[in-house]
Design a binder for this molecule. Structure first.
Ligand SMILES: Nc1ncnc2c1ncn2[C@@H]1O[C@H](COP(=O)(O)OP(=O)(O)O)[C@@H](O)[C@H]1O
Ligand SMILES: [Mg+2]
Length: 501
């Protein structure tokens, strides 16, 4: 069979007709109906092919239109995937570990993290990844689609302009059952929809493939991540793609530095040619020239917040070796601070529990036990820490749920005594008061660090992330708060009075 004649479609139907029949033949009106229908179908098919064109075999393709890669291939008349929008190979790669060292790994990647500016094509890339995995795995393939809210999953990831449905020609589109939050593919694969509002739904079901869109905006981010990872255990190599604009967050940092993660970064400007002028107007005008431009447009992970009180350098300088600090702990005045999780949205915030000690003019963070805890659990953890470190005080903020903290601790202490468990002797539970503003409260402690008097005895990844990324105009994170409270108790309290209260 011969190939159909090469036709330039761009000129409209007259050019098409003349290309087919020669210049002297009559235009459309003289064609018989059958011929018209056939031509229309051909046009529609070509349009759909162009709309769904994505992968080509050209090495490091820049996504611009080009001819056939192999002589018998189709051509690529429209813009399609750039090379870094295709899933990366499993070849050996260099990654950064948690301390920022470069190490080489060669095991297959598990998470493909695409951290790029707005409009880079993240959503489209995620959708095409799901399609690609589904074509390979076929019957029995189980996919998790995870978005911020249920409408986000439906309107962006599935039905959006760069969503999953748009990756398929009309005749091949999978069957979307919104009420069941499920998509059934023709080849037997099934995708299930989840939202970060209901992280518990991810507990239990198992999947081969996952797609997480706009992770940085999630509620209860940590819980979603740990739940979905537990369920990724089907097939030889479960794989996920995480597509998001960057946002400094300890969970994101953990994923970025995980050796089983491959990271792709990119900027809005990479995809300029494919973006609608309105989008460019809105987004570029909103961010260009602002402090957020690097993050929102260039897709940079800003490890340090602008104006953060602690820089990474300062944190590094003020790190002390716990082994060297150890012998002095017995001489220190030690306290444990609790910053209970916000009552408005307890699932999103953690309870900060930080242990610190003071020796003469210097203070040392000894332990960070913060986490998602129930009141009974954090009370036990704090009392346990007081026992272990021989702390004289447990402190909490006066103005924020002090009564609740005090009552919970008293109750748990009473329970422990009744059960004959060891309790710290001479332990006092005290409120701390400090200036109202979050910034004015944290500043004296940051100054202590700068003067070389406040140390971290060990490595506390999450606490350090909060220190380096907290923008003082925003609500302060829990671990940082707890550290500020314990430091305020050790250094800023008027000596001799607090004990009388
Ligand atoms: N390589 C590409 N070729 C053609 N169009 C693309 C390409 N990458 C992205 N697009 C299109 O660019 C637009 C923005 O992509 P989208 O995935 O929504 O961006 P993001 O999720 O990063 O904000 C969409 O219309 C999408 O289809
Ligand atoms: Mg998107």
């Amino acid at each position: 069979m011969s190939r159909p004649p090469v036709v330039d479609w761009s000129g409209g139907h007259e050019r098409l007709a003349s290309a087919r029949y020669g210049d002297d033949l009559p235009p459309w009106s003289h064609l018989d109906d059958q011929r018209k229908i056939a031509l229309r179908d051909q046009l529609l098919a070509e349009r759909e092919r162009r709309e769904t064109l994505w992968r080509c075999d050209r090495v490091y393709c820049d996504g611009e239109p080009h001819g056939p890669v192999q002589p018998d291939d189709p051509d690529y008349p429209v813009r399609h995937a750039r090379w870094n929008q295709l899933p990366p190979p499993d070849s050996a790669r260099w990654v950064s570990d948690r301390l920022g060292r470069r190490v080489q790994v060669s095991e297959p990647w598990f998470e493909w993290m695409i951290m790029a500016g707005r409009g880079w094509g993240k959503t489209r890339t995620g959708a095409e990844f799901v399609k690609w995995r589904n074509e390979h795995i076929g019957a029995g393939h189980r996919i998790a689609l995870i978005g911020r809210t249920v409408p986000d999953v439906r309107d962006t990831m599935i039905e959006g302009e760069s969503g999953l449905m748009r990756c398929y020609r009309r005749s091949e589109r999978p069957n979307y059952l919104p009420s069941k939050r499920k998509i059934e593919f023709d080849n037997g694969g099934v995708a299930f929809c989840y939202s970060s509002e209901e992280p518990d739904q991810l507990r239990g079901p198992q999947h081969h493939t996952g797609w997480v869109d706009e992770l940085a905006t999630f509620y209860a981010l940590g819980e979603v991540i740990s739940n979905y990872r537990l369920g990724m255990r089907l097939g030889n190599h479960p794989r996920c793609v995480i597509t998001t604009t960057p946002q400094p967050h300890p969970e994101l940092r953990k994923i970025l530095t995980d050796p089983k993660t491959v990271v792709t970064t990119g900027s809005t400007y990479d995809n300029l040619a494919n973006l609608a002028p309105v989008f460019l107007d809105n987004v570029l005008r909103k961010y260009e020239g602002t402090a957020l431009a690097d993050q929102e447009l260039l897709g940079r992970y800003l490890d340090e917040a602008e104006g953060a009180l602690w820089s990474r350098k300062l944190i590094e300088r003020q790190r002390a070796d716990p082994v060297l600090v150890g012998p002095y702990v017995a001489e220190m005045e030690i306290a444990v601070a609790i910053d209970p999780a916000g009552r408005d949205k307890p699932e999103a915030s953690e309870t900060g529990i930080v242990v610190a000690g003071r020796l003469d003019d210097e203070g040392f963070v000894l332990d960070d036990l913060s986490g998602h805890h129930t009141p009974a659990a954090w009370a036990r953890i704090a009392i346990g820490a007081a026992l272990k470190w021989n702390a004289g005080y447990i402190v909490a903020e006066q103005n924020n749920g002090w009564d609740m903290v005090k009552n919970t601790l008293d109750m748990v202490l009473a329970d422990m005594r009744r059960n004959g468990e060891p309790v710290p002797r001479g332990l006092r539970i005290r409120p701390v008061t400090a200036s109202k503003g979050k910034r004015t409260r944290a500043e004296p402690i940051a100054t202590l660090s700068e003067r070389g008097l406040w140390w971290l005895a060990g490595m506390f990844v999450e606490l350090e992330d909060q220190l380096a990324t907290w923008d003082p105009s925003k609500p302060s994170p829990d671990r940082l708060d707890a550290m500020v409270w314990v430091a305020a108790h050790l250094f800023l309290r008027r000596r001799g009075r607090a004990d009388v209260a």
